[in-house]
Design a protein around this ligand. Structure first.
Ligand SMILES: [Zn+2]
Ligand SMILES: [Zn+2]
Length: 349
């Protein structure tokens, strides 16, 4: 293993262990490999869940997290024609799929059940572990690497690759447009993106939050109104009026009845949060009598990621970021845990 086949990254060696900057092996370089000098990486809630082994057996230590990666291509394999050294590119939460199943062939690589490769805490087809973007270099498969649009910086682009696509894809799937009214529950990393997208798609957006301190921000992000979710009168004002609700803030004891009451008939409730356990307390009669659907969604396909980047470039959608140096990653992760981001942290090399 030569030094050109290693990288340095923030390694977590086990649950509750600190992050340490260490040298690690890169994946085997093959004909479909794109190698990147990482310039930026966003911090996603999934990173912290993985570091903490919140998802049980799923974490493979030693682990390097980070799946909102942008950088500059340093080297490409022989099969790679769409990128060359020097191109600015990004990678999200998915780095591989089987590319052969019915889902992959029809543009649903993001829900491939045969060969989904997580950008970190996973394995490539040959068994090499996957490592994420809290690092100086990254290697992966060309199918899941994307050019950053010319009028967008890498710093801006990074968080699009997970938080951005997770919210963009379902809003497009359920055809959010002018004339719609979209409620966004929870104004955080995902929720702030949902507001930006829905507003850019022409909808009237209303934030729903238990945190009054977010009201001014919600309006600056593009909301026409703000509902304090603990205030029954404010909620009542929007009864039967939301064509869509994006839930980016699910909590235990979630009050389904109060939120589904806000939905217009045939509306879509989109769950973008990833709660543990089961969804309890859904009132079936409200679903029936209003013909409401509750929908799940998982990141987005490569085609949707391309579409998102173009949409963001065209409509000038820009996330609100807090920048930290890559060397200060442990502090950035702590600040994330403390709920400080307004609204997404990006690490910079
Ligand atoms: Zn993520
Ligand atoms: Zn597949």
């Amino acid at each position: 293993m030569g030094s050109s086949d290693t990288f340095h990254g923030w390694v977590c060696s086990g649950k509750d262990k600190p992050l340490e900057w260490k040298e690690m092996p890169l994946k085997h370089f093959d004909a479909d490999t794109v190698e990147i000098d990482v310039s930026h990486c966003g911090i996603c809630g999934s990173d912290v869940h993985t570091l903490d082994s919140d998802w049980g057996e799923m974490t493979q230590y030693p682990c390097v997290v980070g799946h909102e990666i942008t950088g500059v291509v340093s080297r490409v394999g022989d099969n790679v024609k769409k990128f060359k050294a020097g191109d600015r590119v990004g990678v999200g939460a998915q780095s591989g799929s089987c590319l052969k199943c019915e889902k992959c062939k029809n543009g649903f690589e993001n829900i491939c059940a045969e060969g989904f490769v997580n950008t970190y805490s996973g394995n490539w087809a040959n068994g090499d572990p996957t490592y994420g973007g809290y690092a100086d270099k990254w290697r992966g498969h060309q199918h899941f690497v994307f050019k950053v649009p010319d009028n967008m910086t890498n710093e801006t682009a990074a968080t699009f690759f997970c938080a951005g696509i997770t919210t963009f894809a379902p809003l497009r799937r359920y055809n959010v447009k002018k004339g719609d009214r979209v409620g966004v529950i929870g104004v955080g990393g995902l929720g702030h993106f949902a507001v930006l997208w829905a507003a850019a798609m022409g909808a009237e957006v209303v934030a729903i939050s238990h945190s009054k301190s977010k009201e001014q921000d919600a309006k600056k992000l593009g909301c026409v109104d703000f509902i304090d979710s603990s205030d029954k009168e404010q909620l009542a004002k929007y009864k039967d009026s939301f064509t869509h609700i994006v839930c980016a803030g699910y909590y235990s004891g979630f009050d389904w009845t109060s939120y589904l009451t806000l939905m217009k008939h045939t509306g879509t409730f989109i769950l973008v949060a990833a709660p543990k356990g089961t969804l309890d307390g859904i009132p079936p009669l409200l679903l029936l009598f209003k013909q409401i659907q509750i929908s799940g969604t998982l990141i987005g396909s490569p085609k949707q990621i391309e579409e998102m980047l173009q949409f963001a470039a065209k409509h000038n959608v820009r996330p609100w970021l807090n920048k930290y140096k890559m060397k200060d990653t442990p502090k950035a992760v702590q600040d994330f845990r403390d709920g400080k981001p307004r609204y997404r942290i990006v690490l910079e090399n």
